[in-house]
Design a protein. Structure first.
Length: 268
């Protein structure tokens, strides 16, 4: 015969349930709060200042920074000087990130350009050619990719501006502004080697529409062994959609001729 619980037992059970602590809002994580880590790194085709070609060393620097998005400049794909290695594919494999290779030009039997790396799937990838097109002058490009992190859509632009003439850089900045002007994503980021000092016309022009979280911080990125100036940046807009919590230069003096810049943001 099945025994029925007594009224006393039922009361005790109810009291025990009522005495259990209730969860509070403060104890629950905020699912909308996201941290975005963005890295830019000119890797000098993975040839370090010790003259060693070491892509794993570059990948180790990137992995240690734990970035969500990376703009990588000076990347070889199947070029003779780097042994025919597909550096874009190998960086994706070594970092376990999605990759988009943006070709700037043919080079030594292969290609040369930039890579966008991302922890999240990349969509709507494009390569934009920047002016001017001059014989004997290295072509410059703007790589574009889109990504969604949490509830935030991000347009990520990566570039490497002309190294020799400010007039060319100004033309390239004007084209970047034209390309990025009508982006519909909630947040836009522009990262790369801009070959321009913080107080130069290309940077001051960009800062009319972009925000530089490193402004006034004296972050020096080149030459890597003993940096004297900043030419590498992570810029963002609109200003009210991101909050920069940290921006710093990673102290890596050998792996490349540049030091990488890491910017961390809080996404609302």
């Amino acid at each position: 015969m099945t025994r029925r619980p007594t009224i006393c037992n039922a009361v005790l059970t109810l009291l025990a349930a009522l005495l259990l602590p209730l969860p509070t809002t403060a104890q629950q994580p905020d699912p909308a709060q996201k941290t975005l880590r963005v890295l830019t790194y000119n890797i000098h085709h993975a040839e370090g200042l010790d003259k060693k070609l070491d892509l794993e060393r570059i990948a180790k620097v990137i992995r240690a920074a734990e970035p969500d998005l990376v703009a990588v400049q000076e990347v070889d794909v199947q070029a003779k000087r780097t042994g025919g290695v597909d550096e874009a594919a190998d960086l994706a494999r070594l970092t376990k990130m999605h990759a988009y290779f943006a070709k700037a030009m043919d080079y030594q039997g292969g290609a040369y350009g930039q890579v966008i790396l991302s922890k999240h799937e990349l969509t709507d990838t494009k390569t934009h050619v920047l002016p001017p097109a001059e014989p004997g002058v290295e072509p410059r490009i703007l790589a574009e990719a889109h990504v969604k992190i949490g509830d935030t859509t991000i347009a990520f632009f990566a570039t490497h501006l002309d190294a020799y003439k400010q007039e060319r850089r100004m033309l390239q900045v004007a084209e970047i502004e034209r390309i990025t002007a009508n982006v519909k994503d909630a947040v836009s980021l522009l990262a790369g080697d801009l070959n321009a000092h913080p107080d130069s016309p290309p940077i001051t022009t960009l800062l009319k529409t972009w925000t530089d979280p490193s402004a006034g911080k004296g972050l020096l990125t080149i030459p890597a062994e003993k940096p004297k100036s900043q030419i590498d940046y992570v810029l963002y807009r609109p200003k009210d959609r991101l909050r920069a919590t940290e921006v710093r230069v990673i102290e890596e003096p050998v792996a490349s001729d540049h030091r990488p810049v890491l910017a961390t943001f809080a996404l609302p």
